[in-house]
Design a binder for this molecule. Structure first.
Ligand SMILES: C[S@@+](CC[C@H](N)C(=O)[O-])C[C@H]1O[C@@H](n2cnc3c(N)ncnc32)[C@H](O)[C@@H]1O
Length: 231
């Protein structure tokens, strides 16, 4: 099993429906905070189930939801197929987009599942598909020194505030025996120091790099915001 198979299959990464709903609500709220204009064209790359994408779409002109896993794309189409402001696309369809289509690209909790080569290729794609002056946000990047125990304690803090603590405790026990833990041990997750990922983003031709608050609930992970140079 690879990460790709993992995301395409049934998994219990969210400990309960409430956890999943609160997670996607928080990510949508953070994303909306970066939408540059009411008519902006936005790409959420590696969007997962994006349960709150309707709210994001209402805050921008058009929302592309890009997902590599075919089963997740089916769920997205079932949920958002009737929303004209939302288009569900595969990574290949992002590759096929015309240059200078997008105002904002967001990739939250994606780069840890990519090799450095895949990330470099995506940075080049995003730069090309963004309009001059457009914005890139790479969020929830894991620094090398954060252990899975820190992730677990952040989940418990989120669960405490969100009212799903017992589900989180049970979920952590399940995770300890799950495919996720085995995959994390076998393939690892790609981690970056702030300097390393900053260099990659700059080398891909982005400027004006900033460090806003991280998306979601885990402040030990990092978010980077950068711009495609205006022509
Ligand atoms: C941890 S989930 C994050 C989902 C969502 N962005 C969030 O914040 O909850 C990672 C998602 O990225 C998808 N993914 C992995 N590699 C991808 C790629 N190269 N292009 C698009 N999606 C990808 C996976 O299928 C999975 O649904």
């Amino acid at each position: 099993m690879s990460w790709r198979d993992f995301w395409n299959g049934e998994h219990a990464i969210y400990v309960s429906p409430r956890h999943k709903a609160l997670h996607y609500r928080a990510v949508a709220t953070d994303l909306i905070g970066h939408v540059p204009a009411a008519d902006a064209v936005v790409l959420d790359h590696g969007c997962g189930e994006a349960l709150d994408a309707g709210r994001v779409a209402a805050a921008c002109g058009r929302l592309y939801l890009c997902e590599a896993a075919p089963t997740v794309r089916e769920k997205l189409r079932a949920r958002f197929g009737r929303d004209d402001a939302i288009a569900v696309v595969s990574p290949e369809e992002v590759e096929a987009m015309a240059p200078a289509t997008l105002d904002l690209v967001v990739a939250n909790s994606l780069v840890q599942y990519l090799s450095q080569g895949e990330l470099k290729a995506l940075l080049a794609t995003w730069r090309d598909r963004l309009k001059p002056g457009g914005t890139l946000i790479v969020a929830d990047v894991i620094p090398p020194d954060v252990s899975p125990l820190t992730d677990a304690s952040e989940l418990l803090a989120f669960a405490w505030h969100g009212g799903f603590l017992s589900a989180a405790l049970a979920g952590l026990v399940r995770t300890a025996f799950s495919d996720y833990r085995k995959l994390r041990a076998r393939y690892g997750l790609s981690t970056y120091t702030a300097e390393a990922i900053t260099d990659l983003i700059r080398e891909a031709g982005f400027v004006d790099l900033r460090r806003p608050e991280n998306f979601g609930h885990n402040p030990h992970r990092m978010t980077f915001k950068a711009a495609k140079p205006a022509e």
